[in-house]
Each structure stands twice: as C-alpha cells, then as structure tokens.
Design a protein around this ligand. Structure first.
Ligand code: NAD
Length: 434
C-alpha cells in the first residue's frame, strides 16, 4: 500500500494520508471529540454504559457510490453518505455537504452534533447529516444537477417529512435542494415540500432563512449580556466585537449586531481583514468583496491579528479549528460566540474555559439556521406561510428559550455553557428513549 502511494507526488501523498486515511483525518478527530464530550457529560450524569453507547452510535449509516454521466460522455463515481444518528426526539434533521475532503467520520460527527443541537434548541428532531466527496466547482451546472438528483434518488427510501429531513450545508444551495426535492417527489409520486428545508422561497422555503443563523447568534449574545449584567462581570454599554469570516453567518451577524448598537471593530475573510476602531463600514467591505474579491479597505489586519484583538466579544464565524494551540494563549476577548461549527479545538476550548472566558457553544449559538429550517418544515406540513417578521419573532422566542435552559443548567451545576448545553440535550434525548 505505502509503496504504491510513493508513486503519488508529494501533495497527493499528503492529501491521501490527511484526508483519505480515516485514522488521521480531521473528520476522525471531530468524531472523537464529539463522542468524548457526550461520554464525559453522560458519565457525569451517571448514565449507564448501554445508554452512552446508544447516544454515541448512529442508528443508520447509509454509504453508497453514485455514478453519473459527465458532459463528455464518461462515467464518474462519487462516494456519499447519509448518516442518521438518533431519532428519539423526532425525524433526523441535518444538511448535506458537497466537499472534496469530506469523510465518513466527519459526516457521522456532524450527524451526532445535530442530535445535540436540535435537542438544545428544543426542536422535535433527531440528528442526521449527508455528504458527497466532490468539489462542486469542478462540475458543470448540469453535472451538479445530475449528482444532486442521483443523491436524492439514492436516499429517497430512507428520508421523508416524518423520517429524515435534509437541508443545505457546505457547498449546497437552495437550488440544489430544489433539484433534490423535485427528484424525490417524482419517486414518491406526490408533493412533499416538508421533506427538504433550505429551499428557494418559490418552492416553499421560509422567509428569514438566509439571515437566520447570524440573527440567532445575535439573540444568543444579547441573552448572555443581559444575564452577565446581573452579575459582577464588567461590560461597557456598547461592547466591541470582532467577527472572523464574512460569509453568510459572519456577514449577517456583523450587520445585525451593528444595527442594534454593537461596535463591530474588525471583520475578515479568508484573504484579509479590516480594523476600524469606530466600527467597520460593512457595506463598503461587502462591496469590495464582491468587486475586488477582498473585504479590505483602510487599515487591514490579518486573521491572526483579528483573533488576538482586545475586544469584548470574539465571533469566530469562518471554519473549524481556527482557535487552536498556536493562538489560544493570545486570545484577549472575554466572551467568545462560536458561530462556526467547532471553531475552537478541544485543547483551545479547555484552555480558554479554564481562563474563565465565557463561551457560547456552537450547538446553541449557531442553531438559528436549524430553528428556521424547523419553521420552514412546519409551514410546509401545514401549507400556510408566515411573514418574515413572524418568522424572526418565533426565532427570537426559541433562541431565548434555548439560552435560558443552558444558562440555568450552567448556574445550577456550576459548569461552563458548553457542558451545560450537552447535559440539557442528553437529558432531553434520553428522556425520550425507551
Ligand atoms: P460561507 O462559506 O458563507 O462563509 C465562510 C467565510 O469564512 C467566508 O467569508 C470565507 O472567506 C471565510 N474564511 C474561510 N477561511 C477563512 C480563514 N482561514 N480565515 C478567515 N476567514 C475565513 O459559510 P457560512 O455559511 O457563513 O458558514 C460559516 C460557518 O458557520 C461554518 O462552520 C458552518 O458550518 C457554520 N454554520 C453555518 C450555518 C448556516 O446557516 N450557513 C448554520 C450553522 C453553522
């Protein structure tokens, strides 16, 4: 095996080991860390080994190879999964990612975290996740449609509005959901808009979904600040915020936070960042990003500098593992809102929690997206539609309720919000397991 691999050039060799040997993959690390958190929390709750195994093992793991015809007439095979982790609280719920480096362990880790996230949010859902190993940028639009339809056809017999409800994730869009839903409906021979969420509004998508994750994160931050103001935690009237990542989540978080009086002094994307002590001009940054491919104007800063800024609130909203062993000792912000999935490594989380940083965990902070997906599902099942204002109000109520349960548990047990969120979720899931 190794000899054969020597034929690869060094990049491929590295890539093979980094991403395709599951023993070394980031996906494996992610799975181990999700399972370790569940085990540690469940042991603390004195759950027996069998119950812990039931919380860890996925109920179903569908693995398949999808063959599609490429534009040049050749056939190409793509590896894919739909992993259904736990359905105690309701149908499996979770996105489908298209990524060249996704592995089974990563999909399983994300399915596991969806079970926790849905339970923390108080949704009647279990957790699931799907993935295809593909770089969608290398496919033509019609190839992408063929692959999306092939995926929907392959999972059609194991999904449904009361069984498993997929949604978009990394590199999948409302348009891809519309192809998948169309294919699924052809197979089952009837309309079933509630089987997929994150659809275009014209096909039954919900108003307010685009901004939902950023908006939900802001509600979580506001809930936290109003609690902290009742303690002796020192907070200025207009807290300063640094946001890493200027995509869907980071942009809307920064925009909505600015609208309600937070001073967003720094933002960044994968290329560069901007610092402005009077508050970043977000419209200008967005315009620059669209026109020049970079958010930069005025005083630019690197991503590392952004993470290490002396601000009140740090919002990592880009990718996983951005705060890690290399930079954790330099983090100055007292409050961290985990808007990306897993932006702090296990080591960084443990270090910063010990330093008394207040960390709003990803399973709570970024659940606004799945909450509005739930509202889309309810609308699809009922066949009537709410205004954007109604959707936003419901999101606010649900985020505040989720935060309250987490905070209460954290105070009651004197444990950090992350551990408390896992405990709230595990209590809810196990109470529905017979
Ligand atoms: P996106 O692709 O729209 O944006 C990602 C942003 O991160 C881009 O601006 C990109 O330039 C930036 N980025 C990438 N690498 C970076 C780096 N090294 N340093 C700084 N910035 C970098 O993605 P998104 O939908 O905004 O998702 C961001 C995170 O939030 C992901 O972890 C995702 O899983 C999580 N999340 C998203 C949603 C949602 O509804 N979109 C819901 C829950 C969780």
């Amino acid at each position: 095996m190794r000899d054969g691999l020597k034929k690869y050039n060094s990049y491929n060799y590295y890539k093979f080991y980094k991403y395709y040997n599951p023993m070394d993959s980031p996906g494996k690390k992610m799975l181990e860390s999700a399972q370790a958190l569940i085990t540690k929390t469940a042991e603390g709750m004195k759950l027996n080994r069998e119950m812990i195994n039931r919380l860890i093992e996925p109920e179903f793991a569908h693995e398949f190879a999808l063959t599609i015809t490429m534009d040049n007439g050749s056939k190409k095979v793509f590896k894919g999964w739909r992993i259904q982790h736990n359905s105690a609280l309701g149908p499996y719920k979770g996105g489908i990612r298209f990524h060249p480096e996704t592995v089974r362990e990563e999909v399983q880790a994300l399915a596991t975290l969806m079970s926790i996230k849905c339970a923390v949010a108080g949704l009647p859902y279990g957790g699931g996740k799907g993935g295809i190993v593909v770089d969608p940028k290398k496919l033509s639009k019609i190839e992408l449609e063929r692959l999306s339809r092939a995926f929907a056809a392959r999972i059609a017999h194991v999904i449904g509005e009361d069984i498993d409800v997929p949604a978009p994730d990394v590199n999948t869009t409302p348009e891809i959901m519309s192809w998948m839903l169309d294919e699924y409906q052809k197979i089952i021979g009837k309309k079933s808009p509630a089987t997929f969420t994150g659809k275009p509004v014209s096909m039954g998508g919900s108003l307010g979904r685009t901004e939902a994750t950023g908006r939900g994160g802001l509600f979580a931050l506001q809930s936290l600040l109003s609690k902290l103001r009742t303690t002796n935690y020192k907070l200025p009237t207009n807290p300063t915020v640094a946001v890493q990542g200027f995509g869907n989540v980071g942009y809307y978080f920064a925009k909505l936070a600015t609208n309600v009086g937070f001073k967003v002094v720094a933002i960044s994307d994968s290329r560069s960042g901007v610092y402005d002590k009077n508050g970043v001009d977000l419209d200008r940054a967005l315009k620059n990003k669209k026109e020049k491919g970079t958010v930069s104007y005025g005083k630019t800063i690197t991503n590392e500098e952004l993470l290490e800024l002396d601000v009140d609130v740090l919002v990592p909203a880009a990718l996983e593992n951005m705060v890690n062993e290399k930079n954790m000792t330099k983090i100055k912000a007292g409050i961290i809102v985990e808007m990306a999935n897993g932006p702090l490594t296990k080591e960084a989380y443990e270090y910063l929690a010990k330093k008394d940083k207040v960390i709003v965990p990803d399973v709570l902070a970024n659940s606004g997206g799945v909450i509005v997906s739930y509202l889309e599902w309810v609308q699809g099942k009922a066949g009537f539609w709410w205004s954007e204002k109604e959707v936003n109000n419901k999101l606010k109520v649900m985020m505040e309720r989720a935060f309250e349960a987490d905070w209460k548990k954290s105070v009651e047990k004197k444990i950090p919000l992350k551990q408390a969120a896992f405990e709230v979720a595990i209590e809810r899931i196990t109470s529905a397991m017979v």
